[in-house]
Design a protein around this ligand. Structure first.
Ligand code: ADP
Ligand code: MG
Length: 252
């Protein structure tokens, strides 16, 4: 199967007692296996709703979602670490739920903690960690189960700028090297452009697809990393175009 996920004419209306909110309006897109796709759009435009629908947490009001795997990993803005479990135990959680917390996988968790610079903190509790460390721990927990499809909802937005750049670069490189199919929701244009193969721009609510950009950096020799991409001329061009798409108020 060439596609990991397909959305066909998805709309979503939320009903409350006396009114109705149309969050998304006729959205269709496909994500190829191994592709990294970002969704950018104004806040409240329906980005998280789209991810919830792909994850099966919400049903669309109209349309169809096809997800060609049952192994989906999530990461949200808030890291959702459990405060009463230390870092190592938090990272084992996804494996425990799947009854996969065997010796081999425990070694894998320890290796990943090392790779993410968390070895010395594996017995610490989340409250003892910095924002960046917490987010890295959450990432280990998500990636250790090797999801076929990774859904990231503004995963770096709680981090300070410096950490955000570093983690975005690290994570973007890992996703690309390990060919993890990913849908990343972000309102950070540079983050979307530097990490993704494709950027989908949403309109204001109800979200429709306003534009789609195939992101290519021919100037990047060798391995593509977010940091290398940020240093190209093409990067600036993508940034300007997407900025314009989002900057609707100034047009009028
Ligand atoms: P974004 O992630 O782009 O900021 P959301 O997908 O969270 O936007 O929300 C889109 C719109 O749908 C918002 O107006 C929000 O208030 C509304 N919405 C989201 N979830 C619900 C819900 N469970 N019930 C009612 N309205 C909702
Ligand atoms: Mg959101």
């Amino acid at each position: 199967m060439e596609y990991i996920c397909e959305l066909k004419n998805i709309s979503k209306r939320f009903h409350t007692i006396n009114n109705e909110t149309k969050a998304i309006d006729d959205i269709s897109f496909k994500v190829k296996k191994g592709e990294i796709v970002s969704i950018v759009g104004p806040s409240g435009s329906g980005k998280s709703t789209v991810l919830s629908i792909i994850a099966g947490l919400e049903n669309p009001s109209e349309g169809e979602v096809i997800v060609n795997t049952d192994s989906i990993g999530f990461m949200f803005q808030k890291d959702q670490l459990y405060e009463w479990r230390n870092v190592y135990k938090n990272c084992l959680l996804g494996l425990e739920v799947k009854n996969m917390d065997n010796e081999e996988n425990k070694i894998k968790v320890k290796k990943m903690l090392k790779k993410y610079g968390l070895t010395n903190f594996k017995n610490h509790y989340p409250s003892q960690l910095s924002g960046g460390m917490r987010q890295r721990a959450a990432l280990v927990r998500t990636l250790v189960i090797e999801p076929d499809l990774l859904l990231l909802d503004e995963p770096f937005s709680a981090l300070d700028y410096q950490t955000r750049l570093a983690i975005g670069d690290e994570v973007g490189t890992i996703l690309r090297n390990e060919k993890i199919s990913t849908i990343l929701v972000t309102h950070d244009i540079p983050e979307a452009v530097s990490i993704s193969d494709r950027v989908i721009v949403f309109t204001e609510r109800p979200a429709k697809i306003k534009k789609e950009y195939e992101i290519k950096f021919d100037e990047c020799p060798g391995e593509r990393t977010p940091m290398k991409c940020r240093n190209t001329l093409t990067f600036g061009e993508y940034f300007r175009d997407i900025w314009r798409d989002l900057d609707v108020e100034k047009e009028v």
